[in-house]
Design a protein around this ligand. Structure first.
Ligand SMILES: *[C@@H]1O[C@H](CO)[C@@H](O)[C@H](O)[C@H]1NC(C)=O
Ligand SMILES: *[C@@H]1O[C@H](CO)[C@@H](O)[C@H](O)[C@H]1NC(C)=O
Length: 579
């Protein structure tokens, strides 16, 4: 027991004294739990940086030289650790290495600098290539590990391996007031650029608090690149991304659909869809309510009832059934209209039951019709709804759209569709488009995503009847993931993704989104639509009953004709009897 304890201590001391690659790899396994190792070596003929037997072990090893590069991001879906040996021709080696780590530059990396290049220069280049998780050993000395702090100022840190608790310190915990830049796309409601009363420019929209808060959680400050933002009107996000790459902006502020020309570094923010918002169709005129009560469905039933009932009467009197039923039409009609009728003589129980059922049916139907009418007078039903592109064409309604969105639409719905319906689209510049859509100008239909639509819907809640509705039939892209595009290899990608998950789980994102409606109203970009009196309540008028009058007149004329016919028939009959 004691012997083995001595042995353990002795081995521990021995290992601590002579720090080897294996010792470091073991410690890193504890810290990072990496599942694969990527080796990049400059020249295999010169002095090696590590003994291969130390590296070969439990995890798979990918070994590349300076001439080999691959887009590993698509091939590797696990934690990896990269070891780079700079023992000659380091420019080429580092280039190959950067290409291998395209879009995964946050991979923990250890550089073994055997050549005479300075650690500081190598680190500075790593930083310019957006690699923050880098350690270095200089020469054959494995006792001193170099690392650097990127923010707020570049600073090399030298540590003794034996004292280290954590090799890779997080770089993005505290940026010490480092200034990060953003470029808003000025697409309402996500980012809204305006001027404050004192003339300075200001930013609103729900993506702004989202980003501002992120930047403050990492203790940085946010600078808005005003000189790149046009005074009026939005910039397309593609242009924002391009400008951001050119001017080294950290956060292009805007979101776009993931499927269309996106960079690989995206932070998905919303699940949305892209559909048309249509001007609300006018409601039906009141006079038409009376012919929508379903009389046409009732008539065959009445006819059948009358035939059955007259046959029953004939059977009761001992005659054969017949289809002639004119004798009873009057009673069935009265029963169906829930009017009382009287029977001159007592009938059998079965027939009474039939009459009672007719009367009950009549009550039900008349109640149904009355309640339907009452509902319709208060909430008029819509006239014919627009459900297809053909109907839009027939009504001469056009879709106002900006050229870039028309391109997106062409991708989504196919060139054939867009070309055959090109008469339905009217192109417009984005400022006019935004103005008209926000003002909810009813002369056009507009494509809209689920980002803006809730705001427009909310702006209409003070109207008795909304002016625009969301089309359920004309959906351009049913499922759209809206994401914020970060510059290539952005160092903030993972951290911003984590932050995004937190804000969404906590409901903060939703809160910012809802609050931005009030901001837009305060900035006069959006306003509550109010009823201008056109659609206010109106009493029933004479012409509302036009179909009722028509029915009454037609019925009266028919009755008079029938009466005259009956009298003539009676005359003719009695004349025949006298002869
Ligand atoms: C890389 O390619 C160059 C020629 O293109 C060759 O001279 C060199 O030996 C190669 N290096 C390695 C490590 O294969
Ligand atoms: C944030 O950065 C400032 C320097 O600008 C520093 O004084 C402060 O301690 C930092 N705050 C935190 C919480 O780290």
């Amino acid at each position: 027991m004691r012997l083995s304890l001595y042995l353990l201590v002795a081995i521990g001391l021995a290992e601590a004294h002579c720090v080897s690659v294996r010792y470091i790899l073991n410690a890193l396994q504890q810290e990072l739990h990496y599942r694969a190792i990527l080796l990049v070596e400059s020249a295999s003929e010169s002095e090696p940086c590590w003994e291969h037997k130390y590296v070969q072990g439990a995890v798979p090893v990918l070994s590349f030289n300076a001439n080999q590069s691959l887009y590993l991001k698509n091939a590797i879906n696990t934690n990896i650790l990269a070891l780079v040996c700079l023992n000659g021709n380091e420019g080429r080696t580092m280039q190959a290495f950067y290409e291998n780590l395209q879009d995964m530059r946050d991979t923990p990396t250890i550089l073994f600098v055997l050549s005479d290049s300075e650690v500081q220069d190598v680190f500075l280049e790593c930083l310019s290539r957006k690699m923050l998780n880098v350690l270095a050993f200089k020469g054959s000395n494995k006792e001193i590990v170099y690392s650097f702090r990127a923010f707020p100022e570049f600073q090399i840190i030298k540590r003794n391996v034996k004292d280290i608790l954590r090799y890779f310190e997080p770089q993005l915990k505290d940026l010490g007031g480092f200034s990060l830049s953003t470029l808003p796309d000025n697409i309402i409601p996500r980012t809204v650029v305006s001027r404050s009363p004192d003339g300075s420019r200001q930013l609103a929209g729900y993506l702004y608090p989202f980003l501002r808060n992120y930047v403050s959680t990492i203790n940085a400050t946010l600078r808005i690149c005003w000189r790149l933002v046009p005074e009026d009107g939005p910039i397309q996000l593609g242009e924002v991304v391009r400008l951001s790459e050119n001017h080294k902006v950290d956060f292009p502020l805007g979101i776009h659909g993931l499927e269309h020309g996106s960079t690989s570094q995206n932070v998905p923010l919303e699940i949305s869809s892209w559909f048309l918002m249509l001007p609300m169709e006018p409601s039906l005129p009141r006079a038409q309510f009376f012919i929508m009560l379903g009389f046409e469905k009732l008539t065959p039933m009445l006819l059948m009832l009358t035939i059955l009932l007259s046959s029953a009467h004939r059977i009761e009197m001992g005659l054969r059934p017949s289809w002639r039923c004119y004798v009873l039409a009057d009673r069935v009609l009265r029963g169906a209209l829930a009017q009382a009728f009287f029977l001159p003589r007592r009938l059998s129980f079965n027939l009474m039951l039939v009459y009672a059922l007719i009367l009950l049916n009549g009550f039900t139907y008349s109640n149904y019709a009355t309640s339907l009418l009452e509902t319709w007078f208060v909430h008029p039903p819509w006239g014919q709804q627009i459900c297809s592109w053909e109907q839009m064409r027939a009504l001469n309604l056009k879709v106002l759209i900006v050229p870039s969105e028309l391109n997106t639409m062409t991708k989504a719905l196919g060139r054939e569709f867009v070309e055959s319906n090109s008469d339905l689209f009217e192109l417009s510049d984005s400022a006019r488009f935004q103005d008209k859509r926000l003002a909810m100008d009813q002369s056009y239909a507009y494509p809209v995503t689920f980002t803006l639509w809730p705001m427009l819907e909310h702006a209409q809640i003070r109207l008795p009847k909304p002016e625009f509705r969301r089309s359920r039939e004309m959906v351009l892209i049913p499922l759209l993931i809206m994401a914020m595009p970060l510059p290539k290899n952005s160092v903030f990608h993972k951290s911003l993704n984590r932050y995004r998950a937190l804000t969404q789980q906590s409901g903060l994102y939703e809160f910012w989104f809802k609050r931005s409606f009030g901001e837009l109203v305060a900035l006069r970009k959006l306003h509550y639509k109010v009823d201008d009196g056109r659609q206010s309540y109106r009493d029933l008028e004479w012409q509302d009953f036009s179909y009722v009058w028509l029915g009454l007149v037609a019925g009266s004329i028919a009755s008079i004709l029938v009466l005259l016919g009956e009298m003539g028939y009676h005359r003719w009959q009695s004349g025949r009897i006298q002869h």
